[in-house]
Design a protein around this ligand. Structure first.
Ligand code: F0G
Length: 462
């Protein structure tokens, strides 16, 4: 059989928000054309993020019942530690309430002002936490990562030559660690090869610098290695993941992604000294070291999820279902980022809305138009998120203006995705009618969450 099916059946269902076109027009005006301001009742298909939005399994729900809420030394913690250690292999396992809390703790513990933290591409919260420590977050992906047309199978790789040159120049004292994000979310959900992590390990060893992973989507990355890297076809995703973690000194993970968690995070470390410092800070902000801001029941659900995600049938279906969307959009001539990543499909906003200048926010306008047309919510990663207003009033725009269709895990069926594809194809046919938008209120920090917009009158367009 060629058809790859969802390797699960549905036990609990949840209604989704049906609205009319008229209602959506009103709702958008009320939300000041910012999809982050919409109410969940009014969203039919929500592709805003794959973070914390997954469906838990019957085993995870059973784990929730087993959860032990003992303040210190809960049974849930020992089950969590064993499940994480089995994959990550590091001696120290420290739960946190989500990924950015893990980043904050690591940065507070070991990053000093003036240092540099190089990586393939840091996620925004990681970058923000590094910068909060007074250090510089430096992205050095391979050159192919910046070329939307390149079909490189591991476009998430870090540039080893630049890494070596940087460590040569800066020395170990100025680089607290190197961070590789698997998969590279900000670079389009692209995977990193085992060879690349091995190479980074060798470079870090030469200079005595620790190597860490941001492992939010480690299982998807392991499956990409199995499918694309020579010598891994017969290995299980779990053994590939174990080998990846064996190459590094520690990891931070948002367990809202590849642990099927609705909340949760973890830090794993080899060094007991660094772990002791992290735990000291953790007690101030997250809670006791055996629960780290989570309920015991959350720890049990995560312990089960982090193992369940490595099921090969699930990962085969996961990557195939993302690719399914990407291939159909591509075949219809819609400009998408290639090759397809693991958790999301990225549409090129400037290519789709080529009639709109950067000032009229093509990607954002597309995401608003897609909601208006079909009730689908997506997330712009482009001009609104990263555009910068200079002192002279002019704008600097990012290299890419993308709309991310992030696919929650085990939540939507193929017919939901067929609906998304059809909606985008219909919209593409009348793309020139998509009105541009402009800011009416733009907060200086993380503007996308709360900014307000208005449509640009058509005569201005002409
Ligand atoms: N690292 C990566 C690679 C991420 O994608 C995220 C979150 C984090 C760290 C932070 O984790 O949200 O648990 O605090 N990404 C989400 C997204 C928000 O939509 O891509 P968190």
């Amino acid at each position: 059989m060629k058809t790859i099916i969802e390797p699960f059946r549905i036990k609990v269902v949840e209604p989704i928000g049906k609205t009319t076109l008229e209602q959506r027009r009103e709702l958008l005006a009320e939300a000041a054309w910012n999809p982050f301001r919409l109410h969940a009742d009014h969203i039919l298909i929500d592709l805003l993020t794959d973070s914390g939005t997954g469906a838990m399994s019957s085993e995870q729900w059973a784990g929730i019942m087993r959860g032990d809420e003992t303040y210190a030394g809960a049974r849930s913690y020992w089950r969590f530690k064993a499940a994480v250690q089995d994959i990550f292999g590091h001696e120290e396992v420290i739960p946190t309430h989500q990924g950015r809390a893990a980043e904050n703790l690591i940065c507070s513990a070991i990053v000093k002002a003036g240092q540099i933290v190089p990586g393939n591409t840091h996620f925004d919260t990681t970058r923000a936490n590094i910068e909060m420590s007074g250090a510089r977050a430096l992205d050095i992906p391979i050159p192919e990562a910046r070329d939307p047309e390149s079909l490189h199978p591991f476009k998430g790789n870090i540039d080893l030559l630049r890494l070596e040159a940087l460590l040569e120049e800066e020395g170990a004292a100025n680089v607290p660690f190197v961070l590789i994000t698997i998969t590279n979310n900000s670079g389009g959900g692209q995977p990193v090869s085992m060879e690349n992590v091995r190479g980074a390990r060798a470079v870090c060893d030469r200079f005595g610098v620790p190597l860490m992973l941001d492992a939010a989507r480690f299982a998807e990355n392991a499956m990409f290695i199995k499918l694309r890297e020579e010598g891994f076809a017969d290995r299980t995703p779990k053994s590939i993941a174990q080998e990846l973690f064996s190459l590094v000194d520690g990891a931070m993970m948002s367990m809202k992604k590849d642990a099927f968690g609705n909340n949760g995070g973890v830090i794993t470390l080899r060094s007991p000294e660094v772990a002791a410092e992290v735990r000291r800070l953790l007690i101030l902000t997250e809670g006791f070291p055996t629960y780290g801001g989570l309920a015991g029941r959350d720890l049990d659900a995560l312990a089960i999820g982090v193992q369940e995600i490595l099921d090969e049938d699930y990962l085969e279906y996961r990557l195939a279902s993302t690719r399914y969307v990407e291939e159909r959009l591509d075949a219809a001539g819609i400009p998408v980022m290639k090759p397809c990543g693991g958790h999301a499909v990225y549409v090129d906003g400037r290519g789709f809305c080529s009639h709109l200048p950067n000032e009229q926010l093509p990607g954002w306008s597309l995401s608003v138009a897609l909601y208006e047309h079909a009730g689908i919510r997506t997330c712009e990663i482009g001009n609104v998120m990263f555009g910068r207003k200079e002192n002279d009033g002019s704008w600097t725009w990012p290299a890419l203006d993308l709309v991310r269709l992030a696919i929650p895990r085990r939540v939507y069926t193929q017919s939901h995705m067929d609906y998304v594809i059809e909606a985008l194809i219909e919209l593409f046919a009348k793309r020139e009618e998509i009105p541009g938008l402009r800011f009416t209120d733009r907060p200086a920090v993380l503007p996308h969450f709360t900014a307000r917009f208005e449509p640009v009158p058509v005569e201005v367009n002409a």
